[in-house]
Design a protein around this ligand. Structure first.
Ligand code: GMT
Length: 380
């Protein structure tokens, strides 16, 4: 198949899923065309069967807001014709599905160009639910030739909040278990923990929904019982406040703010535990990546997270904001090697058996086949 993929190319779970999906599809022999405003971060443009088409948005003094959505639609239509795309697959509803819809309409007289929309979470729970975007998000879902959601929880929320009637197929986030794997030696951790003390890790876009400051509070609490260091990977609005809090709680010497990183698969295996204290996660890709690396997640019992983590088996769940409970679980894992070993093996097994690329990518292929062979705009 020849697939056009559009996503947010910078940091964020939806862009990562879209990029990894494109790479996996290309490995399976499909031709993949990324149509985005920048090269997606985890994408090596030299990869066979991967193509990158940049969307340029020209500005004009009249435009207080340059119309990216329109430039994207034009580029989608152009790439679809030139490269004979079978379909478009857009990640994150706003504004990508509307651009895809326009591209489909632009080509209507010449050829069929169906599109699949994958809902990732905040496009529904935060942005889409905002009054200014509600109607257009609902419309874009209804107009899609196929809709997928990354968890059952998000599927249900989409139906409940938007009242859409078209079928939404759940295709979970996935992880490449050959790339994301445990590192028993953890030799690279020495630079963060010279005395071999245990390491915690957090990865996110440092937005308020991630409760990044809770990671600092959890570390401070944990250190009252056992030594530990914390790697903070990513960047965003709450990085500054987190750095300040680390100083205020006198744990700043034990927290490493590493900023945005391109190779998190090299960092996660250095950690013993992942912290994901979010207010909302429609799935929690970072937790899955940690599980594949054998680092049990301490996460919150929100959104689609319980579909990934089985409490007490391959990770722990607690209420958002419950620092004592989350810190207590971390202490248990850092001080009981038997518990850590059992949970680490279970976490890896969950990633391998339920969420590996081998299990998930064929689900997208089947979704594409259905959409391509459907007579016209119809549910996947
Ligand atoms: O978590 C974010 O804020 C980024 C966001 C995105 O769309 O880039 O992540 C969402 O998509 C990920 C990949 O499908 C999911 O694993 C995350 O749980 C989801 N984030 C939220 O629902 C907050």
């Amino acid at each position: 198949m020849r697939v056009g993929i559009t996503c947010y190319p910078t940091y964020g779970g939806s862009g990562i899923v879209a990029t990894e999906l494109g790479l996996e599809l290309a490995q399976r022999g499909h031709e993949v065309h990324f149509i985005t405003y920048a090269n997606p971060i985890r994408l090596d443009p030299g990869t066979p069967r991967i193509h990158y088409h940049e969307v340029e948005v020209s500005t004009y003094p009249l435009f207080q807001y340059p119309p990216y959505c329109l430039a994207l639609a034009s580029r989608m239509a152009e790439v679809a014709v030139t490269h004979k795309l079978d379909l478009l697959h857009v990640h994150y509803a706003i504004p990508h599905s509307i651009s895809a819809l326009l591209a489909r309409q632009m080509l209507l007289a010449r050829r069929r160009l169906p599109f699949v929309t994958t809902l990732h979470g905040t496009d529904i729970t935060l942005v889409g639910a905002d009054r200014s975007y509600f109607a257009i998000t609902k419309f874009s879902i209804e107009q899609s030739d196929g809709v997928t959601s990354i968890s059952e929880n998000l599927r249900k929320q989409t139906v409940d909040v938007f009242g859409v009637e078209n079928e939404i197929r759940v295709i979970n986030n996935f992880v490449n278990c050959d790339l994301y794997k445990p590192d028993e030696e953890k030799a690279g951790a020495a630079q963060y923990s010279p005395d071999g003390e245990k390491v915690l890790i957090h990865l996110s876009n440092f937005r308020p929904v991630k409760r990044v400051l809770d990671c600092i509070r959890i570390l401070a609490e944990v250190r009252k019982h056992t030594p530990a260091h914390l790697l903070m990977v990513g960047d965003g609005p709450d990085r500054g406040p987190a750095e300040t809090l680390a100083r205020e709680l006198s744990v700043d010497r034990h927290v490493y703010f590493l900023g945005k990183q391109n190779h998190v698969e090299r960092l996660i295996p250095l950690a013993h535990v992942l912290l994901m204290p979010s207010d909302m996660e429609s799935f929690g890709l970072a937790a899955l990546e940690a599980m594949a690396c054998g680092a049990p997640p301490i996460a919150t019992d929100v959104g689609g997270v319980p579909e990934l983590i089985t409490h007490g088996v391959d990770g722990f769940l607690a209420a958002p904001g419950d620092i004592a409970a989350q810190a207590g679980r971390v202490v248990d894992l850092l001080t009981d090697n038997g518990l850590h070993r059992r949970m680490s093996l279970a976490a890896r097994a969950t990633a391998e058996t339920r969420f590996s690329t081998d299990r998930i990518i064929p689900q997208y292929e089947r979704c594409y086949e259905r959409v391509i062979s459907a007579p016209r705009h119809a549910p996947s």
